[in-house]
Design a protein around this ligand. Structure first.
Ligand code: GLC
Ligand code: CA
Length: 557
């Protein structure tokens, strides 16, 4: 495996709208991020990914871009952005932006031109089709509900494709001019000194053509987009062109949001000379999923969590690096989702942190994860802003759930769980803003906040610091970054255990993922215990007696 500059880095995702508001308008902004760079440095972060801050109507919170070359005034100015890149550089940190190129906003000038003249140059930037006998070209359901086709504004016989929201028309990657526009824009940003990009929803850029219907899978008479994507061939041609024309020229880092990758294609995505430097491991976010909708999702058991992670890690040893996450802006908070109720404590949160940070791959910490932010209890659907949650709420109602049950079901999976303001202090607005926050603050900021954890010996924040420091410790860095992953887990006993090893060192990472104590065999002589989440470690010869939710990393021979 060729060594790259990003292999030993620790990344952090910022959701700018909710990170820190510098001017009291209730919306987080770039100057707010600059003000918190030292905080991130103190945690040990090297790479910062910003969810989109380009001009946008914010129909999907910035994932609907109306101008790729400008910063949305709500987030700041281009000068702010240039300052952020420069200030990061001073601290040896890198900034990633979000490349949202499967679609743009319906308020982008390309779309405005396409509406004026669907047969012209810009009409060909999109998928515009004729509506025949009032019928849409296919029966695909958009990710956010309803048909993925809508009438082209001002036209009664023409429609356009949007796999996501109707305000997010899909760009036609089959059109070389579109690809050239994207490459030009990516290079323009990389020339400004970005470290790279996170690549949004990228698997969607290749559609199975010609258009056709797929089997109906819900009572809305539509078919999920994944059915079409499974038949789409040749996304790799677009992705290698993107890599060669942009990222490679700048030695930039790229991390793909890739779902549904076929097993035998993983190496093409993230092997040596893969399309991307890395891609997220979404395995755990898919556990318990159900075709019917969120209301039918099942909670995640420790056993499934352990199995899922261990199997994807083992697969990757000879291929490349995954980007390891507990949560992101599209998912509920990981501590609320993956820890059984008895384990939603500081100890359990530290266990989850230790297990994730010990994995092979590039850790991505989502804002607030380092202090253990939890899901929100929305008491009315009106408190929710996210379009996806609102759609899933309707799906649940249509399936016959009461308003109360529907709300309860979507509460657990709402993307807004992760989008409430970062909790800096115990104040009413969590120290996020001096004004009225754009979305409600989680009232538990009175006990979960940065101020009460930073510099405190036993806090979760400090524990994350120690885990990061261990990954960077010259003595362990090589094995932490490049060491193979070997599972010693017993998922059926809720024991997650693995060895990371190279020619020089072996580390044993172990956790008792349940409340009752249990024993674990140590696969070697203990040289040194490096980190424990809580309490003393009881070691008898080759055996560990772990208390409930206890976890540790040790060097072994
Ligand atoms: C990705 C983003 C998500 C967005 C979608 C459409 O999944 O992470 O937030 O809604 O793409 O751009
Ligand atoms: Ca602001």
């Amino acid at each position: 495996m060729n060594k790259k500059w990003w292999h030993d880095k620790i990344a952090y995702q910022i959701y700018p709208k909710s990170f820190f508001d510098s001017n009291g308008d209730g919306i987080g902004d770039i100057p707010g991020i600059i003000g918190k760079l030292d905080y991130l440095k103190e945690l040990g972060i090297d790479i910062i990914w910003l969810s989109p801050i380009f001009c946008s109507p914010l129909a999907d919170q910035g994932y609907d871009i109306s101008d790729y070359y400008n910063i949305d005034p709500r987030f700041g100015t281009m000068t702010d952005m240039e300052n952020l890149i420069a200030e990061a550089k001073k601290r040896d940190m890198y900034i990633l932006m979000d490349l949202v190129a499967n679609h743009c906003s319906d308020e982008h000038e390309w779309f405005a031109e396409a509406i004026k003249n669907p047969e012209g140059k810009y009409g060909k930037y999109f998928y515009i089709e004729d509506v025949k006998d009032g019928k849409m070209p296919t029966n695909w359901r958009s990710y956010f509900g309803g048909s993925s086709w809508d009438l082209l504004p001002g036209w009664s016989d023409k429609c356009y494709l949007h796999l996501f929201h109707k305000k997010q028309p899909d760009l036609n990657w089959e059109n070389k001019e579109v690809r050239e526009e994207i490459y030009k824009m990516v290079n323009w940003w990389l020339d400004k000194g970005l470290g790279g990009f996170r690549i949004d929803a990228i698997i969607n850029i290749k559609k199975a053509l010609p258009f056709k219907d797929y089997p109906v899978d819900r009572d809305d008479n539509l078919s999920k987009v994944n059915n079409m994507l499974a038949e789409a061939q040749g996304v790799g041609e677009f992705l290698s062109e993107l890599r060669d024309r942009t990222f490679h020229l700048h030695d930039a880092f790229s991390v793909g949001e890739v779902f549904d990758v076929k097993e035998n294609e993983i190496a093409n995505f993230v092997g040596d000379n893969g399309y991307f430097s890395t891609m997220f491991d979404f395995g755990t976010t898919l556990i318990g999923g159900d075709e019917k909708g969120w209301y039918a999702y099942k909670s995640v058991s420790p056993e499934e969590y352990i199995r899922t992670i261990c199997s994807s890690q083992e697969k990757m040893n000879d291929i490349g690096f995954l980007a390891n996450i507990i949560e992101n802006h599209d998912e509920p908070r990981g501590v609320s989702r993956y820890l059984p109720e008895e384990g939603r404590t500081e100890k359990g949160k530290k266990m989850l942190a230790l297990l994730t940070m010990g994995l092979r791959g590039i850790p991505f910490i989502y804002q607030g994860q380092e202090i253990g932010m939890e899901n929100v209890q929305f008491s009315s659907i009106n408190q929710v802003d996210d379009i996806s949650t609102i759609d899933e709420y309707k799906v649940a109602l249509r399936a016959g759930l009461s308003e109360e049950d529907a709300l309860h079901a979507v509460n657990k999976y709402s993307r807004d769980n992760a989008r409430t303001p970062m909790q800096w202090t115990a104040e009413k607005t969590a120290g996020f803003t001096d004004g009225e926050p754009w979305i409600g603050v989680n009232p538990n900021c009175n006990r979960i906040n940065v101020e009460s954890q930073i510099g405190k010996e036993n806090s979760l924040f400090t524990f994350y610091q120690k885990l990061i420091a261990l990954r960077k410790n010259p003595e362990y860095k090589d094995v932490m970054v490049y060491g193979r992953f070997v599972s010693h887990a017993k998922p059926e006993e809720n024991l997650m255990a693995y060895v990371r090893e190279d020619k020089k060192k072996r580390l044993f990472v172990v956790a008792n993922y349940q409340s009752k104590p249990q024993k674990a065999v140590i696969p070697g002589q203990v040289v040194k215990v490096l980190l424990i989440n809580e309490g003393e470690l009881v070691i008898e010869e080759q055996e560990l007696l772990l208390s409930g939710f206890q976890a540790a990393i040790m060097e072994i021979q």
